[in-house]
Design a protein around this ligand. Structure first.
Ligand SMILES: Cc1cc2nc3c(=O)[nH]c(=O)nc-3n(C[C@H](O)[C@H](O)[C@H](O)COP(=O)(O)OP(=O)(O)OC[C@H]3O[C@@H](n4cnc5c(N)ncnc54)[C@H](O)[C@@H]3O)c2cc1C
Length: 397
């Protein structure tokens, strides 16, 4: 099999590079954008940050590249999975932030699959326009890996539901406009059958409070979200009442398929090599150190990760939604990202412990930032359970 670009892919790659060269705001060039930079910048008190987020969104929108994976009829670019990969690759190489947040990557495709036509018309355009971003309200204090144990209640009251309960680890809820949530609509049913998927249009609606949680890197990244008698129209259910589990799992497959994953690891490795090549003392040290083998091993692993991405791409090109394959890619990529961050620390020694620079340019921040990689989006243990049961047909616990 030939992994090189076809002439069309090469042309498309050149187009993407040109857009990045001419339109990527300066703010994202200095060592690259941090995680969710676009979402946070969009709501930043700093006008320069807000402008950078809007300019970059406008640049992508002019080309119709805001939603590469959405079908054209819903305003997406309708790109093949391979074109999406090329776009992701070039964006990640340049450190350019993705736009649209979870609304674009996960919720939009889920509404396209499971939503009503009215919901598609109401919710998709503001996501595309960068006007509304969504937080993901799945996890609760007593429901993470065992998500189906969730307790947030939605009780029917006329044409509405009344929500009560708590979500936790809600990424970017403080900068989001809206939140989608899994709620229990039938407490008597077996736990997977009494859950519904609901859209809460305004995260500032009466009864909702968002409280910050500060992570080990000192960042305000995720939050707790409390619901106290929050009124939500029944029309906001996605899919059937009490069948939300299936909608939720589709969304998780979109989350785990993330075909850009391989590119991030390669970018980190390239950055490490650049630092070594630019530092004669470090080069001399590496020449006589077994750490060279460790770097070579990480290179082999980034190539393996690349193959995982191509497998997912080829499934998506055939119209299939990767499931245990997405879990394998997520598992491998998240564990690789931690090994790679560890290798960077090993190679650079104390220099790497400095917290200088931003999230992208500091290896110390990278190392800390990768700790949650094997927890978010389902832990490594959970991914291995999925692979064992759905991939290999082994019995469930
Ligand atoms: C950076 C980050 C961002 C996040 N963003 C969001 C978000 O936006 N929205 C959201 O809803 N959630 C979010 N989460 C939450 C995330 O989905 C959960 O943390 C994750 O699913 C694990 O749940 P838990 O933390 O409750 O751990 P637990 O489920 O309590 O697990 C604790 C440990 O037990 C292990 N374990 C549990 N069950 C099994 C089993 N059956 N077999 C083997 N081992 C098991 C786990 O692997 C883990 O090591 C985020 C988490 C992180 C770290």
């Amino acid at each position: 099999m030939d992994w090189n670009d076809t002439p069309e892919q090469a042309r498309f790659r050149a187009e993407v590079r040109e857009l990045i060269e001419t339109r990527l705001p300066e703010r994202y060039r200095l060592g690259g954008a941090g995680e969710r930079a676009w979402e946070f910048d969009r709501k930043s008190p700093d006008p320069a940050a807000r402008k950078a987020a809007m300019d970059w969104h406008a640049a992508l929108a002019e080309r119709g590249w805001v939603a590469p994976h959405w079908p054209k009829e819903y305003g997406g670019a309708g790109m093949s999975a391979m074109e999406q990969f090329v776009l992701n690759q070039e964006m990640a190489r340049a450190g350019a932030p993705g736009v649209g947040g979870s609304g674009l990557s996960m919720l939009g495709p889920t509404i396209i699959l499971h939503g009503t036509e009215d919901q598609r018309h109401k919710y998709l355009p503001p996501i595309l326009a960068g006007e509304v971003t969504w937080a993901q309200g799945y996890s609760e204090p007593g429901a993470g890996s065992d998500l189906a144990s969730l307790q947030t209640r939605a009780t029917r009251d006329g044409d509405d539901f009344i929500l009560n309960g708590q979500k936790i680890w809600t990424s970017a809820a403080h900068s989001s406009d809206a939140i989608f949530a899994l709620v229990r609509t039938d407490p008597e049913a077996p736990k997977h059958r009494g859950i519904s998927f609901i859209l809460i249009d305004d995260i500032k609606a009466p009864g909702i409070s968002v409280r910050p949680l500060i992570d080990m890197g000192g960042r305000h990244y995720f939050n707790e979200v409390f619901f106290e008698d929050v009124r939500v129209p029944a029309a906001n259910l996605v899919g059937e009442m009490n069948r939300g589990w299936y909608v939720a799992m589709t969304l998780l497959d979109f989350e785990r398929s993330n075909i850009g994953g391989a590119v991030g690891a390669r970018r980190t490795l390239d950055r490490l090599i650049d630092v070594i090549q630019g530092d004669p003392a470090l080069r001399a040290r590496i020449a006589s150190s077994p750490v060279r083998h460790e770097i070579a091993q990480r290179y082999v692993e980034t190539e393996v990760m690349y193959q995982f991405s191509l497998r997912i791409i080829s499934m998506q090109n055939r119209g299939q939604l990767p499931n245990d394959e997405a879990s394998m890619a997520k598992l491998y990529n998240s564990e690789l990202s931690q090994r790679l961050a560890q290798t960077c620390m090993q190679v650079l020694g104390l220099q790497a412990n400095l917290m200088e620079g931003n999230e992208e340019s500091s290896f110390a921040r990278l190392y800390i930032g990768m700790v949650p990689a094997t927890i978010r989006g389902g832990t490594s243990e959970v991914q291995r359970n999925v692979i064992a049961t759905r991939g290999l047909g082994l019995p469930r616990a």
